[in-house]
Design a protein around this ligand. Structure first.
Ligand SMILES: Cc1cc2nc3c(=O)[nH]c(=O)nc-3n(C[C@H](O)[C@H](O)[C@H](O)COP(=O)(O)OP(=O)(O)OC[C@H]3O[C@@H](n4cnc5c(N)ncnc54)[C@H](O)[C@@H]3O)c2cc1C
Ligand code: SF4
Ligand code: SF4
Length: 951
């Protein structure tokens, strides 16, 4: 059987991936398991899903759905066909005055909440991973988090869904007569579900003193995702309602959720947050019941190990480092719709605090900034422990639930278990209000002894949680392969038999995600374990959580940051095993384009990474390693003024050529040159700006240097490409000068600014020496221009500001001392903080859309772009799909397909209606977005100029 060719009968070649690099890239999710799929496919329609079901059953090859792959229990992996739904299932609509939201499964949960935010609504499920994980995974895992408990999860808030069963049957449960249709068209399944229901109700045999029905009712008062949601059989009467609710939490083992509608909830605007410190974990655990009864929406317990892991973090309460050895804390939050309700909660909190034994006076606040600092403690635990772990170990995040009244003893027992198994860094924390505790341990899987050790721990943990406390072995992360061998231990033989029969009823061939939930292998939890080969200190701390993926501009074209790391780990493993095999060669060769060339090196991955990994920096290092001879780059760096003039000349010629032979004509010449030289060359596009007018004329308009309030450093890109394409306008430099004159601010543009550059063009291509030489020369000039740091300097291109502000580590000590004393502002800050307060604005009736680029977001000036815009126009929109355009200097010219792919969603949103203007603060991004949308993106300075004209 040739799997690739066979799958091409169902899907086009662009959506069937069987190259080694793709299979390795998708082998890992956030769990400690690893299965390499035989193929990765990306269906777009229900018809294709139905064909895939049929194909797997005929060919006896397993299939698994994957959304964002952030699952922790091994349920989003396959050694058969992995069905990636993260690329094509992203539609949504807000309905019934935002009381409901309809969505496809491949959309990130945080995005849905952002779309609901203006309506002051949100979805109920609130996993900590919500900004990375997708709705398909949230529903299929019945995910929950700090506030959701057992009343706001997907099971409780589902309104309706469209599903496809393994036999191909598809139904929208909200369609007219859906129940009737289901019972008529699927009589065996409908009858089977009712029989299972009766079996549960009629069962009189007892396990641990309870009938099955009693046990189910009691256990689902607590969070539980171990096994199928058997409460559906008791909570609902009709077979269709039962099935709909069983699909929730079924971890993709019973069918495909193609679309769903959730009822939304109030997004409480008011919060009252406090951190309570206790002498020991027992005192803390005993306080949970009264705190819960007082109406707290969140009560997060943290043991001393958890607190210790974050006490050195900037911005956490100082008291953490002074707490005694056995101390513990609870973070409490009340949330309310209106001031009356929040005041009532404040009183409740005061009453409860008087009742409980505290180590210190409580710290409560209604100030969002202070509350943020308190949450920093809790939210920092996973990254901190994950980041501190020894390289080569895997961070395992377990997730159990105990009856709240037995929490204190349970935590003590867990801590003892860590000691017994030598997990010195083991830490306990979690949603104590729901009895839900997480614990983190770091474990290597390099030897058989490692695996045996881990196996011993899991057995002891199961005995403790299930045997001693009758708790849930998985409260929110799903059963997966991790707890599949222990579902029967927790639930008893009768309940487990119901679950097995349910699986066989819906998926008689057992080809859908086999081994997850139901698994006959008693060692499944310790099989197919993930090793963590060492690659580079820059990426070795990666815990493969996948949080970075949704931010990455190359995610829809080639690889995500996590996948870039995973493939490097595999290459390291192959090298370690001494396999200089064709496989390693093919992997390395394909990585050049997928991993290296198409990384925009924008570092957006770092902004989402819990352990602060900037995969872009690592990739730049690989580019550097590949540079064999840097002499030409160094020559250019040392003669940058000449290079700058050539760029201006070439761009001018390009525009002439564009008039004569058009964009297509130029690019066909470039492609021929690429074929001959075997070098990737920049492609032309009609968003490329015109070279700026000579600076000398402009400089005369700047005021006397000796009295300058600011130094204006027009970046090399604005000096050479400063006049936007399309309609003829003044250059960016002239626009900034005009604005300064209107605001009566004196500027100086230094005489020797030509030939000065931040070094980024060299750095992003891996020319380390050229980049550092340029950077050092520039900082020395900035020092001189600014009169030893006295006069602030501003730049008009945000990515250059970002580069100059963040490259301190690349400087030698002497220059670094000077760099630290410079005040380097971005043009956005200059406009917002210095120009606007002195400018008479005449707000326009315009409705505009913004692209606050990734450098602006990383510098934290994106809010100022919005604020400038809001003062200039009637409405300013920041797209929900705002991303990185991946233009990244010239990468968008070298690999235009990268920018095309990166901007697809944002462009669709920007083009959904006509705007009066399109603005950003970075010329390359303006080029990228203009090319993508065919709309003219301009610097925000042009908007301020327009809104401050005297008539
Ligand atoms: C650091 C970290 C913190 C986390 N915190 C939490 C937390 O607080 N609470 C919590 O509950 N979880 C948490 N998780 C686990 C995980 O993020 C969530 O369970 C999440 O909802 C999984 O979503 P996903 O998109 O990544 O799904 P995936 O991992 O891709 O898939 C999850 C399951 O859903 C199935 N599936 C996906 N789409 C469909 C579909 N359309 N139809 C049928 N089946 C489908 C898959 O086959 C798989 O079994 C955390 C994970 C990490 C790494
Ligand atoms: S790079 Fe960071 S965010 Fe991405 S998978 Fe690794 S740890 Fe998670
Ligand atoms: S630097 Fe940008 S393109 Fe590269 S991996 Fe990170 S987010 Fe993706």
């Amino acid at each position: 059987m040739d799997l690739h060719s066979d799958l091409l009968r169902i899907l086009p070649a662009t959506r069937v991936h069987t190259r080694l690099i793709d299979r390795i890239a998708y082998a890992n999710d956030a769990s400690y398991f690893r299965l390499v799929p035989q193929a990765v496919v990306q269906p777009k329609s229900i018809g294709e899903i139905q064909s895939l079901f049929k194909f797997t059953q005929i060919n006896k090859i397993p299939m698994t759905f994957r959304a964002a792959g952030t699952s922790l229990s091994g349920q989003a992996q396959s050694d058969g066909i992995l069905v990636d739904i993260s690329k094509h299932w992203g539609k949504y609509s807000i309905e019934n005055e935002a009381r409901r939201i309809r969505f496809q499964p491949g959309i990130v949960g945080g995005f849905i909440n952002a779309a609901l935010k203006p309506h002051r609504r949100r979805i109920g499920p609130d996993p900590a991973s919500i900004d990375a994980c997708m709705m398909g995974g949230i529903l299929a895992n019945n995910s929950s988090g700090m506030c959701c408990g057992v009343t706001e999860n997907s099971y409780r808030t589902i309104h309706s869904m469209t599903f496809t069963l393994p036999n191909g049957f598809t139904l929208n449960t909200a369609s007219p007569n859906a129940s009737q249709v289901f019972e008529n068209e699927q009589p065996d399944i409908a009858k089977g579900l009712l029989e299972l229901k009766q079996r549960i109700i009629n069962s009189t045999s007892e396990h641990r003193g309870e009938t099955l029905a009693q046990k189910i009712r009691r256990r689902y008062q607590m969070k539980n995702t171990n096994g199928y949601l058997l409460n559906a059989f008791l909570d609902f009467e009709s077979p269709l309602d039962i099935l709909t609710h069983l699909l929730i939490g079924s971890e993709g083992t019973l069918g495909f959720i193609a679309e769903a509608v959730l009822n939304t909830l109030s997004d409480y605007p008011l919060r009252y947050t406090g951190q309570l410190y206790f002498r020991n974990i027992q005192d803390a655990a005993s306080a949970i019941a009264p705190i819960k009864a007082s109406g707290a929406r969140a009560a997060e317990i943290m043991d001393r190990a958890a607190l210790r892991s974050v006490q050195h973090h900037h911005g956490v309460p100082a008291i953490l480092s002074q707490l005694p050895d056995q101390a513990a804390a609870i973070l409490v939050e009340y949330q309310a719709e209106d001031t009356g309700s929040i005041s009532a909660f404040v009183k409740e909190a005061e009453r409860v605090v008087r009742q409980i034994k505290l180590l210190h006076d409580p710290e409560f606040t209604d100030d969002p900034t202070q509350a943020f600092a308190l949450w920093k403690t809790r939210k920092g635990i996973i990254p901190s422990i994950g980041g501190m772990r020894a390289s080569g170990t895997t961070c395992i995040n377990e997730d159990v639930a105990f009856p709240v009244e037995r929490l204190a003893d349970a935590v003590t027992d867990l801590q003892r278990l860590f000691m017994d198994f030598g997990y010195a860094d083991g830490a306990v924390f979690g949603h104590a209000k729901d009895g839900n505790l997480h614990f983190l341990i770091n474990q290597a899987f390099n030897t058989d002894a490692d695996t045996r050790h881990f196996d011993g721990f899991i057995h002891a943990m199961v005995k403790l949680v299930s045997g001693k406390y009758d708790g849930a072995l998985k409260a929110e992360h799903g059963t997966g392969r991790n707890m599949a061998p222990f579902v029967e231990t927790e639930w008893g033989a009768e309940a487990y038999a119901v679950m097995r029969d349910l699986k066989s009823l819906l998926d008689p061939d057992h080809m859908l995600n086999p081994g997850v939930m139901i698994n006959d292998d008693p060692n499944a939890h310790a099989t197919a374990l993930k090793g963590m080969a060492l690659v580079s200190p820059k990426i070795d701390k990666c815990i493969e959580c996948g949080f970075c993926e949704s931010r990455c501009p190359s995610r829809r074209l080639t690889l995500t940051p996590r996948q870039r790391i995973v493939v490097q780990r595999e290459l390291a493993r192959m090298r370690l095993a001494g396999s200089d095999s064709p496989q390693a060669d093919s992997l390395s060769k394909d990585y050049n384009y997928a991993g290296i060339d198409t990384c925009a090196a924008d570092g957006l991955c770092e902004t989402a990474c819990p352990v602060s990994i900037n995969t872009g920096e690592y990739i730049k290092g690989l580019r550097s390693d590949a540079v064999k001879d840097e002499s030409s780059a160094l020559w250019i760096a040392n003669h940058f003024a000449l290079a700058e003039k050539s760029i201006g000349l070439a761009t001018g010629l390009g525009h002439v050529a564009e008039k004569l032979i058009g964009t297509k004509g130029i690019n066909s010449i470039i492609r021929t040159a690429e074929k001959i030289s075997k070098i990737t060359l920049p492609k032309w596009n009609n968003a490329i700006p015109f070279p700026s007018a000579s600076l000398s004329g402009i400089k005369r308009r700047a005021k006397d240097t000796s009295r300058a309030e600011f130094i204006y450093f027009p970046s090399c890109i604005s000096r050479q490409l400063g006049i936007p394409a399309g309609e003829r306008r003044k250059s960016l430099t002239e626009t900034f000068l005009t604005l300064s004159q209107r605001a009566d601010i004196s500027l100086s543009i230094p005489d020797d600014v030509i030939g000065t550059c931040c070094g980024m063009p060299f750095q992003s291509k891996g020319y380390r020496a050229a980049s550092q030489a340029t950077l050092h020369q520039t900082i020395q000039k900035l020092w001189r221009w600014s009169d030893g740091g006295r006069i602030p300097i501003f730049l008009d291109t945000t990515s250059c500001t970002h580069a100059l502000r963040t490259r301190g580590d690349d400087l030698n000590e002497e220059v670094k001392i000077r760099w630290r004393q410079l005040t380097l502002l971005d043009g956005v800050e200059f406009l917002h903080d210095h120009v606007l307060p002195k400018l008479a604005l005449h707000p326009l009736q315009d409705e505009i859309i913004l692209h606050p680029n990734c450098s602006a977001r990383k510098l934290g000036v994106d809010g100022k772009i919005l604020s400038i815009a809001q003062r200039c126009v009637r409405t300013a929109t920041v797209p929900l799909n705002l991303g990185c355009c991946a233009f990244a200097g010239d990468r968008g010219l070298l690999f235009p397909e990268l920018t095309r792919s990166a901007t697809e969603k944002e462009s669709t949103e920007a083009l959904a209606r006509e705007y009066d203007g399109y603005y950003s603060s970075n010329i390359p991004c303006e080029m990228g977005m203009s090319e993508a949308t065919k709309k003219q993106y301009l610097s925000i300075a042009y908007l301020v100029e327009k809104a401050s004209r005297s008539s």
